[in-house]
Design a protein around this ligand. Structure first.
Ligand SMILES: Cc1ncc(COP(=O)(O)O)c(C=O)c1O
Length: 475
């Protein structure tokens, strides 16, 4: 009898944690079925949570974990509660932050990764998984126009990738940073981001040990983009004051408004002053898939490093970001550590000595399978479709006198209601209360706006029409 079919001991077979194979198949089939029917119900129901949290709290309190319960019932219970207990990002009328309806190949990747559960710390233990991730990173870097020898890795998301950029910039600016942190610098290390950047930068500066005051917020140009003349003046002033500028960040697709900072001018400023140039393309990076739109990111190819989130416009499941850099040797300097208990320690190869995390899930498989199944062309259509839907929304709203102050080439609109309407917060609250769509409020260049972003690959003209109706009814 081959080893794989040898029956387990009765104790293990009875275990709820490791059910026998036939029982797992039965549970799996029922789970797949329940998830598919739930997805269909979600698409036809409210986008916003409807759960009675008080009752739910009572139900949760009943789980005291003393008596084992049947997994089958637990799975059905969990799906039912999530159906009413979360904002439905898989709903085609979720016009939200960049939480996508995940691609099906990415969902399959999660199952496979969970089943094999490879440890992504070392290439020695998980050679195929590490190679798959490295292959995707090389392909994305190439597509972004970075040199062939570029490197990088998958991250938990954009914030970790941006954190990695700052650590690289500090390490490059002063070889003593690795050993002595901020004390290695003769003045205070500082870096530059725009007012409209993603402000996890404050947390990042704090964690890097250079303090939140190191973040220099550069004014925008009135249209939501970093103003390069203000950047140049700020760097010069900091230098004159004895501070040490280490990095400037251009955002390619601002969180609020989808604006693209002047990447070329930021690169020129960085080179003039010897700063690390990072492009935060967490959302907008997916434009590289489209031949029609990738030119919008001209200058990306000159960056020292780039953040692109696979879990934003590439629609991988959460959390899946990417950090790319033309200076892969800096990663080895920044994250090297030696231990006796790890099976290997290869600077260019083992993820635990070239990135922040140690034990890590095989997240890169999500983008590998999605890219392999759809090709760059499939992603090009995905991105272009979102932009078309946003343009359609803009045109429809204009007919009713709504204004769109952000001129983003991407799939997000900042919306101002027509004169004599209710205020932005009231309109957003009414739309959310109706459950017909999910939108949010934001600020654009100091003005309150309604933010609607097309994040779902299957949002169609009928969903756009429904959102316009909901907005009209709410004003
Ligand atoms: C431009 C930008 N950068 C970084 C981030 C942070 O990414 P994450 O939430 O994946 O950590 C976001 C999130 O929305 C973002 O919009």
């Amino acid at each position: 009898m081959p080893d794989g079919s040898r029956p387990r001991t009765p104790v293990a077979a009875a275990s709820a944690l490791f059910p026998p194979r036939e029982e797992r198949r039965r549970l799996d089939d029922r789970l797949t079925d329940a998830l598919l029917t739930a997805e269909a119900r979600v698409a036809g129901g409210p986008v916003t949570p409807t759960i009675d949290l008080a009752a739910f709290g009572g139900e949760l309190a009943g789980f005291d974990f003393t008596v084992p319960l049947p997994l089958d019932a637990l799975l059905q219970w969990t799906i039912a509660r999530l159906e009413e207990g979360v904002t439905q990002v898989t709903h085609p009328r979720y016009f939200g932050l960049f939480n996508p309806a995940p691609t099906f190949p990415a969902q399959c990747a999660d199952r496979i990764a969970a089943a094999f559960n490879p440890q992504l710390a070392t290439a020695t233990t998980s050679p195929a998984a590490v190679e798959i991730e490295a292959h995707v990173i090389r392909a994305v870097a190439r597509r972004a126009g970075l040199p062939e020898a570029s490197g990088g890795h998958f991250t938990s998301g954009g914030a970790e990738a941006n954190f990695t950029a700052l650590i690289c910039a500090l390490t490059r600016a002063n070889p003593g940073f690795a050993e002595n942190g901020a004390r290695a610098f003769t003045g205070t290390p500082v870096f530059y981001v725009s007012n409209e950047s993603h402000l996890a930068w404050f947390k990042i500066a704090h964690q890097a040990g250079i303090g939140r005051a190191a973040v220099r917020l550069v004014a925008t140009d009135g249209a939501g983009r970093l103003d390069p003349s203000v950047l140049l003046a700020a760097i010069a002033a900091d230098r004159a004051a004895g501070h040490v500028p280490v990095m400037a960040v251009a955002t390619a697709g601002t969180t609020n408004a989808g604006m693209i900072d002047p990447l070329v001018a930021c690169g020129v400023a960085c080179r003039e002053f010897g700063l690390w140039c990072h492009v935060d393309a967490a959302w907008g990076g997916a434009l590289i898939a489209s031949d029609r739109y990738r030119g919008l990111l001209a200058g990306l190819d000159d960056a020292d490093s780039v953040t692109i989130d696979a879990h934003k416009w590439f629609a991988a499941t959460m959390g899946c970001g990417m950090f790319l850099t033309r200076h892969r040797e800096v990663l080895s300097t920044a994250f090297q550590v030696t231990t006796g208990y790890m099976p290997s320690n290869q600077g260019g190869r083992d993820p635990y000595v070239t990135s922040m995390q140690w034990s890590r899930r095989f997240v890169g498989l999500r983008l590998f399978l999605s890219l392999a199944a759809a090709g760059w062309g499939g992603y090009a259509r995905h991105v272009e479709h979102s932009v078309e839907m946003a343009a359609l929304l803009k045109a429809k709203l204009a007919r009713f006198g709504w204004r769109i102050p952000n001129r983003s080439p991407m799939a997000v609109l900042c919306i101002e209601p027509p004169p004599r309407s209710a205020d932005v917060a009231a309109i957003v609250n009414r739309v959310l209360a109706s459950g017909r769509a999910w939108i949010s409020k934001a600020d654009f260049e100091g003005r309150p706006v309604i933010r609607a972003c097309v994040t779902h690959g299957e949002t169609g003209p009928e969903d756009i029409a429904a959102l316009v109706e909901a907005l009209e009814a709410a004003r």
